[in-house]
Structure formats: C-alpha cells, structure tokens
Design a protein around this ligand. Sequence first.
Ligand code: NI
Length: 271
Amino acid sequence: MPLVDSHCHLDGPKFADDIDAVLERAFDAGVRRLLGIGTGDGPPGLDCAIRLAEKYPQMLATVGVHPHEASKVTPQSYEDLRSLGRHPKVVAFGEIGLDYHYDFSPREVQREVFVEQLRIASDLKLPIVIHTREAWTDTMAVLREHWSGQGIMHCFTGTPDQAQEALDLGFHLGFGGVLTFRTAEDVRAAAKLVPDDRLLVETDAPYLAPIPWRGKRNEPSYMVETVRKLAEVRGVTPEHIAAVTTANFERLCATQASISSQRYTEISDGN
Ligand code: NI
C-alpha cells in the first residue's frame, strides 16, 4: 500500500551525503511520494525543494518563506515565489505561518509576510502548508480574514478543539512523529476526531522522529511508525490509513500539478 510523506525537508546538509539511500529506504517502507518543503534557509534559496524534485521523480515540492525567515524577505523574494510557484512540480505553497515560540523574526513582520504569501498562493491557486507554533489564535485570525482555499495544518500538535477549528476552516491535518510520544494524549485525541477525508501523514524529516527513533535524525521510512500509531488510535488498519491519506494527498495536491496521472500511477506502482 503506497504512502505519501506530505512534509519533509531533505534538501539540507543532514541528507547531503546519503539522500539516495534515504529515498531507497523510504521506497522499501512503502513511501512512494514525498512533498519536499522548499523553505530552506529562506530567500534567496527558495528553489531548494524544486531542485530535488527535478532530480527525483517521486518528489514534489513547495515554495514559501518560513516565519523564521520572514525578516529576510525583499520585494524580489515575492517575485521569485510567484515564478517558482509555477514550476510543474510545485503542488503547494509553504510552509508559511507564525512562530511565536522562537520569534526569529518580529511578529509584525511575520504577519505581514504571511498575509502577502497567502495572496500569492491564492493567485497561483495552490493549497497552503501552515506552520503555527504558540500562535494559534493569530494564525486562525489571519486565515479567516485572508484565506478561502484549501490547506494543511502541518505537524498538528494542538488540542481536539483546535483540530475542530481547523477542520471547520476546511483544512486537512497532517500528523507526524509527535503522535507517538508518550505525553501526546491531546494530539492522539485530536487525531481520533479528524474525518478520514481530512487526514494526512508526514515526517517533517529531519525533525521530530517518531518513537523508537525519537531524538535521532528523522527520515521518511520512519513514517511507518506514525502510520501504525494513527491506525491504533483510530481503530483501523495501517492499510486503511495508507489508502485514505494517499487519496487525500492526491486530491489536494497532485492534481494541482501538471503531472500526468499515468506518471503518478507509475510511481505508485514502483517503476
Ligand atoms: Ni517543516
């Protein structure tokens, strides 16, 4: 049963030496499609995920400026995002949002860059990938005012109430390694209430490896543990989780790209 890792960062130095082996292990674990997040170290390196996607047929890409890097944005960055966003392997825009935990960029700047990128994603007709940390209320307020399309709450670690709020806004929820952490009762409770057709799985590799690899470099093949836990929490089989999350991703993202369905099938079949 093919799986989709709907969120990973494989472009950095942590994978520079063994990306081929990492993708081979992912394939062996059933991960047949991966969405590489193109935020990199911020502008001007916003094509980092596209470069990987050009090299590896199973990889798709996003573009976007992470809230950490919001203060690096120039008018040129927005121009670059608009043109990179038209690349045939770009199927979503992100990760964008607000991060008040680290505050690497001033909050006012984060909000301004977030809103401007929502405008660009909307023009490009791409779904968005949201990063929000200790900024839930502001993130929701910005989305309510400035967004009417679809999107993914990446690495959802909120409460059941917050999950419901995101679902009411039409969002998909992406669950990662945190779901397996012993203390993540709230996240598991949230994962239980998400309808099948809004569910996604991800690694966020190299971050947030699931148990039993917690604290190690995360990689897409490890996602099987998250899938297993999600199946257990929801009282279904891992195959069911694989089937619904793959169908959801395909509907939300792959159809956005000018990738032929035949090519998608070939990749799913492992050619
Ligand atoms: Ni990420």
